[in-house]
Design a protein around this ligand. Structure first.
Ligand SMILES: NC(=O)c1ccc[n+]([C@@H]2O[C@H](COP(=O)([O-])OP(=O)(O)OC[C@H]3O[C@@H](n4cnc5c(N)ncnc54)[C@H](OP(=O)(O)O)[C@@H]3O)[C@@H](O)[C@H]2O)c1
Length: 245
């Protein structure tokens, strides 16, 4: 049985998929810690929207590649709302390039944010999350599609899936579920930036539904996994992608 007032930390909640997850989990009754790195305006807009709808939320700045970030997010949740029931490791970056031309700096940034940030979130949750909790980490359906230029990004997401499956086995005895959600292409800044319109159209055509995913499609999958109907789903990667792979 889940207690009534639940608190969720959502990393990268200032825009895109993270913003939709924060709004959806607030609608579902969670108090929200909306983390952002640089977009304070975007994060505050999400917090205001949640409050206007009668929910509770605060924005907390923090770079998830910084070791002090996750403890601060959990401290903020404890101070404002009492404890943490849900962690959504959503924040991530994607810089595409062929392996041959990927710089050390881009490789290190992917590892520090997409793996390091998720690892520290998982570790903090493993030590501090309430029984009955849920940890979701965003992977990607490029794990499976393996297209050119996605090498380093896909490798970081494969690492997220591996940690998810192991952590599920470590936390089941505390009634904490651990899952990954792996979207296909979703129409956010991360996906759209730098892609010509023709490329986006051809990616839409690859999908059986003939469209990109929306942030709300992904938020709905997260809502299912962290809600009362998701308690027997753990150690899974849910490919929320319209059947593209
Ligand atoms: N869009 C897709 O097609 C797609 C597909 C599969 C998986 N995903 C995954 O879904 C997640 C969200 O992607 P999105 O498309 O919503 O991306 P997005 O629109 O680019 O938004 C990224 C969010 O992450 C935050 N962020 C980036 N680096 C951060 C850091 N070091 N510390 C804290 N926050 C940081 C950004 O914060 P600021 O704005 O404040 O800087 C922003 O809120 C990512 O993990 C991505 O890999 C996306």
């Amino acid at each position: 049985m889940l207690h009534e007032q639940r608190t969720a930390i959502v990393t990268g909640a200032s825009k895109g998929i993270g913003a939709a997850i924060a709004l959806r989990l607030a609608q579902d009754g969670h108090a929200i810690i909306a983390n952002y790195a640089s977009d304070e305006v975007g994060a505050n807009e999400i917090v205001d929207a949640i409050k206007k709808a009668g929910g509770q939320a605060i924005a907390v700045q923090g770079d998830i590649s910084d070791a002090s970030c996750m403890p601060r997010l959990f401290d903020a949740a404890d101070q404002e709302f009492g404890s943490v029931d849900v962690l959504v490791n959503n924040a991530g970056i994607m810089r595409l390039s062929a392996v041959a031309s990927t710089s050390d700096a881009d490789f290190e940034a992917h590892c520090a944010i997409n793996i390091g940030g998720v690892f520290r979130g998982m570790r903090e949750a493993a030590n501090r999350m309430n029984e009955g909790g849920a940890i979701i980490s965003l992977s990607s359906s490029v794990v499976g599609l393996y297209q050119p230029t996605y090498g380093v990004y896909a490798a970081t997401k494969a690492a997220v899936e591996a940690m998810t499956h192991v952590l599920a086995k470590e936390l089941g005895s505390r009634d904490i579920t651990v899952n990954a959600v792996a979207p296909g292409p979703v129409g956010t800044d991360l996906f759209i930036t730098g892609k010509p319109e023709g490329v986006i159209e051809s990616i839409k055509e690859m999908n059986p539904f003939g469209r990109l995913g929306t942030p709300e499609d992904i938020a709905a999958a997260v809502s299912l996994l962290v809600g009362p109907d998701g308690r027997w789903i753990s150690g899974q990667t849910l490919r929320a992608n319209g059947g593209i792979v």
